[in-house]
Design a protein around this ligand. Structure first.
Ligand code: 6PG
Length: 472
């Protein structure tokens, strides 16, 4: 009888849920999925690889009855209330020892509440980040599980089987206690926002500053993707330039409105970094710039008011392309450094015990921010697992030093010609600020003490001081 029971259940058969479940079935697990919408269950079954065991049902009770205890099930439903609704519906159907995984992009504080809510029921709850989009879910995502360590042992064989593989190891690992899985995924998305912002800025410079057409842009990104900046985001950008629009004769990218959407994970990263006092300026900038992009009507009015023109960048093409590539590489490293420094701090502040070597190891494959750079970062954290900031690693320092001059040059040309490059500038300023032992913040302390008696410390003696400042 037990042989007829299913190994894994999925709640929510949208494209992510369906693809991940099919991926499990491809690895020999008997997979069952529930969705109220019967057509989704049917689509699940018809998309299954022949010879695999896959079933779609339209009631939760039917799915729960068909699962092998202790039941292992994941929900991939929109974050927020739908997750709580599913938990409420599942509770009367489950037994002690069963495992519920929330695989969506839930806010980590919601995950903490859910862990607390379920703690006396004997039902295990895990918040798990899944990255890789639709295609990744089907062929191998990067998976970031956190929370109940006992439960993780039970689901690890399934997750390890379906995860992407990088340098021979599965891109999944126990991220840490409490809501560590969702926290790591949130920061992953913050880094994702930042790198996407940087790529869009460099695209603007190459397209409008240098006048490259889409075929030329494709070639530039193709070349970059064959070298030290090989990454998923550079790779898809390369391909985007070739996509034809099916409604006009143009390339699709040129027909897309310049208003970026956002579901919130980038903003959450910034909000949390502010709370923890960790500077992640490029991520903050990326979040703000998406909001700026959304003010399309105001921007259009302002363009008319200011008679905005951007100027050509007067540097030989081949030279500027090389410089822009270096600037992008430099700033991309800063994005990872900022995100990982946030994880370092959050790990102890929120008692998650996150292993940074494991984080970068599992980001090497399957996820949206995968990149060959992660190999260098993996080495850095393996050498020094408690590294507070990647910028303190000698190999990373060397990479940044090599690209510094070109980063400055690109920013100089771009600002002179009138391009908005807040992400690149933020990355450079962070670097310059981080690597100096002397900032002008002494003046801020003087001002604070002047108007508010907020006190200051001195460079020459211990203690806290206040001065009755004289108005001159
Ligand atoms: C991933 C992506 C995924 C998703 C984001 C996009 O890792 O697979 O990050 O989680 O595409 O939700 O977020 P925005 O809609 O906020 O850009």
């Amino acid at each position: 009888m037990a042989n007829n029971l299913f190994d894994f259940g999925m709640v929510g058969l949208g494209v992510m849920g369906r693809n991940l479940l099919l991926n499990m079935a491809d690895h020999g697990f008997k997979a069952i999925g529930f969705d109220k919408d019967e057509t989704k269950g049917k689509l699940l079954e018809s998309s299954a690889t022949p010879g695999t065991t896959v079933k779609g049902v339209s009631t939760l009770a039917e799915m729960i009855r068909a699962l092998q205890p202790p039941r292992k099930l994941m929900m991939l439903v929109p974050a927020g209330k739908p997750v709580d609704d599913v938990i409420r519906d599942l509770l009367p159907l489950l037994q002690k020892g069963d495992i519920i995984i929330d695989g969506g992009n839930s806010h980590y504080t919601d995950t903490l509440k859910r862990i607390d809510y379920l703690k006396d029921t004997g039902i295990h709850f895990m918040g798990v980040g899944v990255s890789g989009g639709e295609h990744g879910a089907r062929t191998g995502p990067s998976i970031m599980p956190g929370g109940d360590a006992e439960a993780y042992k039970n689901v690890a064989p399934v997750l390890e089987a379906v995860a992407a593989k990088a340098s021979g190891s599965a891109c999944v690992a126990y991220m840490g206690k409490n809501a560590a899985g969702h926290y790591v995924k949130m920061v992953h998305n913050g880094i994702e926002y930042a790198i996407m912002q940087l790529i869009s800025e460099v695209y603007d410079l190459l397209k409008n500053g240098l006048g490259l057409n889409n075929d030329e842009l494709h070639k530039v990104f193709k070349t970059w993707n064959e070298g030290e900046q090989q990454s998923f985001l550079i790779e898809i950008t390369r391909d985007i330039f070739l996509q034809k629009d099916d409604k006009t004769n143009n390339r699709l990218v040129d027909m897309i409105l310049d208003k970026a959407g956002a579901k919130g994970t980038g903003k959450w990263t910034s909000q949390d970094a502010m709370d923890l006092g960790i500077p992640i300026g490029v991520i903050d900038t990326a979040v703000s710039l998406r909001s700026l992009s959304a003010c399309k009507d105001e921007r259009t009015q302002a363009a008319a008011l200011y008679k905005t023109v951007v100027h050509p960048i007067e540097v030989p093409k081949e030279i500027f392309i090389q410089q822009a590539g270096d600037a992008l590489f430099f700033a991309t490293i800063i994005c990872y450094a900022q995100g990982l420094s946030l994880l370092h701090k959050a790990s102890s502040e929120l008692q998650m015990e996150i292993s940074l070597p494991e984080v970068v190891r599992i980001w090497r494959g399957g996820c949206i921010i995968r990149s060959v750079l992660l190999e260098t970062f993996y080495k850095a954290y393996t050498l020094s697992p408690e590294l507070p900031n990647l910028l303190l690693n000698a190999e990373v320092a060397q990479l940044l030093q090599k690209k510094l001059l070109h980063t400055r040059t690109v920013i100089l040309h771009a600002t002179q010609a009138g391009y908005p490059i807040a992400g690149l500038m933020s990355a450079l300023s962070y670097f310059e600020g981080y690597r100096t032992g002397k900032l002008p913040t002494n003046l801020i302390q003087a001002q604070r003490d002047y108007f508010g008696a907020h006190t200051y410390q001195r460079i020459d003696m211990q203690g806290t001081f206040h001065t009755e400042w004289q108005a001159h």
